[in-house]
Design a protein. Structure first.
Lengths: 206, 639
C-alpha cells in the first residue's frame, strides 16, 4: 500500500490532529439552529403578508371572534423565559464545577418546559376559532403548532441532558452537550417572544 | 445473516409496518369520512402513515440507536465501535446499512442519484413521446401533467443532490485533508432520510385515481406547486409535499455538515486560498441549501395545512374543496417558492463551476487562472442569487414596481458568472490540453452553459419576458443551464473521480460514444425547443398547435438520442464498476490531496494528516516537461 503521507501534490509532511473538536461541534449546532431560525422567519412572513393583503376581508372575517387570552399567552411565554434562565443557571453551575447547580437548573428548566408544552397544547385546543376562520386564525394556529414542535424537541433534549447531568456525565472541563443544547433551548424560548412582538406590533384586528 | 440486522432490509420491513399502522389508525380510530367541515382524513392518514413509514425506516436501519444511547446516558461508543459503525471489515453489506464512513455514504448517494436520474429520464421519454406530434396521443391530460410534475421535481431533487451527495461526501473530506465529515452519524442520517423521501415521491402517480374530488389522481401543478392549485389538485400532492419536505430536511442536514467540515477540518496549511475550486463550489451550494431550503419547506407545509385542515393560506375565498373563510393569497406561495427556487438553481450549478475549473486545470496542466477571481465569482453568485427571485413573477401581477430592480439584479448575476468563465478560458489558454472524457465534458459545460446563460439574459429583460414567460423558450433555457451545464459537470465529475471512488477506469470508448450522442442529441433537441418557444408554443401542454409540429418532432427525435446516450453512459458506469480496467492511485497525474491517497482509500483516509504547503494544481514547466518525457507510461491509464 502506498504511503498515506503525500510525497507530491500540494501536501507534504504530516501533522498531529489539528481539529478543535469543541469549536467544530459548537459551529455545527449554531448552523443547525440558524436553519431553524430561517424556517421560523419564513413562517412569520405569512402573518404580515396575509394581514396586509386581507384578501376578500378574510384576515379577521368574524369581528365577534375572541382573540387568544393575553394573560395565558404571557404566562406561557414567561414559563419559557424562566426555563431558559434556569438552563443558563445550570450551565453556569457546571462551568464553575458545581454538579448540583447543574442538576437543579436542568431539572427545573425541564419541568417548566413540560408545563409550557402541556399548557400550549391545551391553549391551542381551547380557542374559539379553528382553521377555516380566516387567515389570522390560521397563522395563530400555525405558530402555536410550530412552538409545540419546538417544545417536543426540547422535551427529548431536555430529558437527555438532565438525565446525563444526574448521571454525572458532565464536568467542569467537559460539558459541551450542555452548551450546544443550550443554543437550541434559548432559541426555543426566543421564538414565542418574537411571535408575541409581531402580534403586538401588528395587532390582529385591523 | 446477523450482518443483515439492522440493515436496509429491516428498515424496509419496519417502514411498511409503520405506514400501515399510521394510516389505519387515522382511518379507523379518528375518522374515515371526508366531512366537509372537518379535516381531510384520507390525506391526514397519508401523512401520518408517511411519518411512521419514515420513523419505522430509521428504527429499522439502526439510525436512532445513538440518540437513545445518549438519552439513556449509556456508555459512549469507543473507537472500535465507531470503526464498526463506519463499516470496518463489513464487506459489501456496509453499503446496505447505516454506515458512517463518508466514502460509503458518497457511494450510496451516487447510486441513489443515478436511480433518480433514471426515473427522471423515463419521465422525459414519456413527455417527448407525447409531444412528438400534435394531439393528445398517449395519456389523458391529468396523467401527462403528473408526468411533467414528477419529471421536473425529481430532476430538481436529483440535481440538488448529485454534487453535494456523492462528491461532497466522498471527495471533499479527502480533498481538504480530513479523516471524515464533521458529523459522521448525521451524514449517514442525511442519506437515510433521503431514501424514504424518494420512495414516497415515486408513489405519487398511484394516489387518488378514481377519487370523487373530480381532480383526478397524481399531481398536476408542475414542479412549482403554486398554492392554491396545489390545494385543489390530486392526492399525489400530499405525497409530493411530504417527500420534498423530507428531502429538504436531508439536504439541510447534509449542507450544514459540509459547511462545518470545510470550515473546521481543513488540514494544516490548507488556507481558504489553497482550497480546490471544487470545495468552493460545494461550499457555496451548501450555504444556499442551508439558508434557502426552509422557504420552500414552509410553502409545502402551508399547502399541506390547506389540503388537510382546510386553512386558507393560499385560498382567497371559499370554493372548491375549501370551506374556510378565505383570506389567503396566492402570491405568498409564489414568493415563498421562488425565494428558494432561484437560489436552488445556483445550488445545482455552483459545484459544477468549481469542478469544471479543477478538471480544466488538471487536463490543461496549468494552475487555475486568477484563482481569486474564480472564488469571487462563485461566492458572488451565491450572494446575488438571493436577490433575483422576482424575475419568475414578472407577469404574475405582484409588485410590478419592483420589476426594474429585479431585472437589474438578474442581469447583474451574469457578472460573477462571467468571472468563472474567464477563469476557465484563462486556464485553458496555452495549456497542454489532454483530451480525456472528464475534459470533454468540462468543455461541453463551457459551450452549453454559455448558451443557457445568454438565453437567461434575454429572459431577465421584462419586456422580453412578458412575451416569453410560460413558453418553451424558458424550458429550453433552464435545460441548457441545468442539463447542458450542471449535468455535464456531473458527468465530468463521475468520469474524473470514478477511478478514486471505485478503483476502476471508465471505458473510454463507450464514454466517448455516449459523450457525442449526448452533445448532439442535447443541442439539437433544445435548440429546436428554443425555436418552438420563439414561435409562441406554451409549456406544460399535452397538445399544441400544428404550427409547432416540426420543432417538436425534431426535439423529440434528438431527445430520444440524448436519453439513449445517457443510458449508455449509465451502462458504462455499471459495467466499468463491475469489470472495468483497474485504476492506479493517480491516473490523471493530479496534484490535489485526494489523488495522493491510495486506491481504495483507507478507512480513515490518511495515516497522518498532511500539511499543505501550496495551492493545488501548481503545475510548473518542469513538471509538465518531466511528464511529457515519461509518456506514454505516466498517467496514461485512461487510454
Amino acid at each position: 500500500m502506498d504511503t498515506a503521507v503525500p510525497a507530491s501534490g500540494h501536501g507534504e509532511h504530516a501533522a498531529a490532529s489539528h481539529i478543535d473538536e469543541e469549536r467544530k461541534v459548537r459551529l455545527g449546532m449554531l448552523f443547525y439552529v440558524l436553519t431553524d431560525v430561517t424556517f421560523v422567519i419564513f413562517m412569520l412572513v405569512a402573518y404580515p403578508w396575509l394581514r396586509s393583503y386581507n384578501t376578500d376581508q378574510g384576515w379577521f372575517p368574524f369581528q365577534h371572534m375572541r382573540l387568544p387570552d393575553q394573560g395565558t399567552t404571557v404566562t406561557l411565554l414567561l414559563l419559557m423565559v424562566v426555563s431558559a434562565v434556569f438552563y443558563f443557571i445550570g450551565y453556569m453551575g457546571i462551568r464553575a464545577g458545581n454538579q448540583w447547580i447543574l442538576r437543579i437548573g436542568m431539572l427545573i428548566s425541564l419541568v417548566l418546559m413540560l408545563i409550557a408544552l402541556v399548557g400550549q397544547i391545551r391553549f391551542m385546543g381551547s380557542q374559539q376559532f379553528s382553521t377555516g376562520d380566516g387567515t389570522f386564525a390560521d397563522t395563530w394556529l400555525l405558530f402555536s403548532g410550530y412552538h409545540i414542535y419546538h417544545l417536543l424537541w426540547a422535551t427529548f433534549l431536555g430529558l437527555g441532558v438532565t438525565h446525563r447531568a444526574f448521571r454525572g456525565r458532565y464536568t467542569k472541563e467537559k460539558h459541551l452537550g450542555v452548551v450546544t443544547i443550550g443554543y437550541f433551548w434559548y432559541w426555543a424560548a426566543l421564538t414565542p417572544i418574537l411571535i408575541f412582538i409581531l402580534m403586538t406590533a401588528l395587532p390582529p384586528k385591523l | 445473516m446477523r450482518k443483515l440486522f439492522p440493515s436496509y432490509l429491516t428498515g424496509a420491513i419496519l417502514a411498511i409496518i409503520g405506514y400501515i399502522a399510521g394510516s389505519q389508525f387515522v382511518y379507523h380510530r379518528i375518522g374515515s369520512d371526508n366531512q366537509p367541515a372537518g379535516p381531510n382524513f384520507t390525506e391526514q392518514g397519508m401523512v401520518v402513515g408517511f411519518a411512521l413509514f419514515f420513523i419505522g425506516w430509521l428504527i429499522g436501519i439502526g439510525a436512532l440507536k445513538y440518540p437513545f444511547t445518549w438519552l439513556l446516558a449509556l456508555k459512549d461508543p469507543d473507537h472500535e465501535e465507531e470503526m464498526r459503525l463506519a463499516g470496518k471489515d463489513a464487506g459489501i453489506i456496509r453499503y446496505f446499512k447505516f454506515t458512517t464512513d463518508h466514502k460509503v455514504v458518497g457511494i450510496q448517494y451516487l447510486v441513489l442519484v443515478l436511480i433518480m436520474l433514471g426515473f427522471g429520464g423515463l419521465g422525459a421519454l414519456l413527455i417527448r413521446s407525447e409531444l412528438m406530434r400534435p394531439g393528445a396521443l398517449l395519456f389523458p391530460t391529468e396523467t401527462y401533467n403528473t408526468i411533467v410534475t414528477m419529471h421536473g421535481m425529481l430532476m430538481i431533487l436529483a440535481t440538488i443532490t448529485f454534487f453535494i451527495g456523492p462528491f461532497g461526501n466522498f471527495i471533499v473530506p479527502i480533498m481538504i485533508g480530513a479523516r471524515d465529515m464533521a458529523f459522521p452519524r448525521l451524514n449517514a442520517l442525511s442519506f437515510a432520510i433521503l431514501v424514504p423521501a424518494i420512495v414516497i415521491f415515486l408513489s405519487i402517480p398511484f394516489w387518488g385515481y378514481g377519487q370523487a374530488n373530480g381532480y383526478g389522481g397524481g399531481v398536476q401543478t408542475g414542479w412549482t406547486v403554486y398554492g392554491p392549485i396545489a390545494t385543489q389538485t390530486g392526492m399525489g400532492m400530499t405525497a409530493l409535499a411530504t417527500a420534498v419536505i423530507l428531502a429538504g430536511f436531508s439536504s439541510i442536514l447534509g449542507a450544514v455538515n459540509v459547511i462545518t467540515t470545510i470550515i473546521t477540518m481543513r488540514a494544516p496549511g490548507m488556507r481558504w486560498t489553497r482550497m480546490p475550486m471544487t470545495v468552493w463550489g460545494i461550499f457555496g451550494a451548501a450555504l444556499l441549501a442551508a439558508l434557502g431550503t426552509s422557504s420552500f419547506a414552509v410553502d409545502l407545509l402551508l399547502i399541506l395545512l390547506d389540503r388537510i385542515y382546510k386553512t386558507s393560506f393560499f385560498a382567497a375565498s371559499t370554493g372548491g374543496n375549501a370551506v374556510g373563510a378565505g383570506g389567503g393569497n396566492a402570491w405568498l406561495s409564489q414568493n415563498l417558492f421562488w425565494f428558494f427556487g432561484h437560489p436552488e438553481v445556483y445550488l445545482i450549478v455552483l459545484p459544477a463551476f468549481g469542478i469544471v475549473c479543477d478538471v480544466v486545470a488538471v487536463f490543461s496542466r496549468k494552475p487555475i487562472f486568477s484563482y481569486k477571481m474564480g472564488v469571487l465569482g462563485i461566492m458572488g453568485v451565491c450572494v446575488v442569487s438571493f436577490l433575483v427571485w422576482q424575475h419568475h413573477e414578472f407577469v404574475s401581477g405582484w409588485a410590478p414596481e419592483l420589476r426594474f430592480w429585479y431585472m437589474a439584479t438578474t442581469e447583474l448575476i451574469s457578472v460573477p458568472t462571467g468571472f468563472v468563465f474567464l477563469v476557465l478560458l484563462g486556464t485553458l489558454w496555452r495549456g497542454r490540453i489532454w483530451m480525456t472524457l472528464p475534459m470533454m465534458f468540462a468543455l461541453s459545460f463551457l459551450w452549453n452553459f454559455v448558451i443557457g446563460g445568454l438565453s437567461g439574459v434575454f429572459l431577465s429583460d421584462v419586456p422580453l419576458d412578458v412575451q416569453l414567460h410560460g413558453g418553451m423558450f424558458v424550458t429550453a433555457h433552464f435545460h441548457y443551464t441545468i442539463v447542458g451545464g450542471a449535468l455535464m459537470g456531473f458527468f465530468a465529475a463521475v468520469a474524473y473521480w470514478f477511478p478514486k471512488m471505485t478503483g476502476r477506469m471508465l471505458d473510454e470508448k463507450l464514454g466517448w460514444i455516449a459523450f457525442w450522442g449526448i452533445q448532439i442529441g442535447f443541442n439539437v433537441a433544445f435548440l429546436s425547443m428554443f425555436i418552438a418557444g420563439l414561435q409562441g408554443m406554451p409549456r406544460r401542454v399535452a397538445d399544441y398547435d400544428p404550427a409547432f409540429a416540426t420543432a417538436n418532432f425534431i426535439t423529440s427525435i434528438f431527445a430520444f438520442l440524448l436519453i439513449a446516450s445517457v443510458a449508455l453512459y449509465f451502462y458504462n458506469i455499471v459495467i466499468s464498476w463491475v469489470a472495468g480496467k483497474k485504476a492506479v492511485a493517480n491516473p490523471w497525474g493530479a496534484l490535489s490531496l485526494e489523488w495522493q491517497t491510495p486506491t481504495p482509500v483507507p478507512l480513515e483516509n490518511f495515516e497522518e494528516i498532511p500539511v499543505v504547503t501550496s495551492a493545488p494544481f501548481q503545475y510548473t514547466q518542469e513538471t509538465v516537461e518531466a511528464e511529457a518525457a515519461a509518456e506514454p507510461a505516466a498517467g496514461q491509464a485512461a487510454g
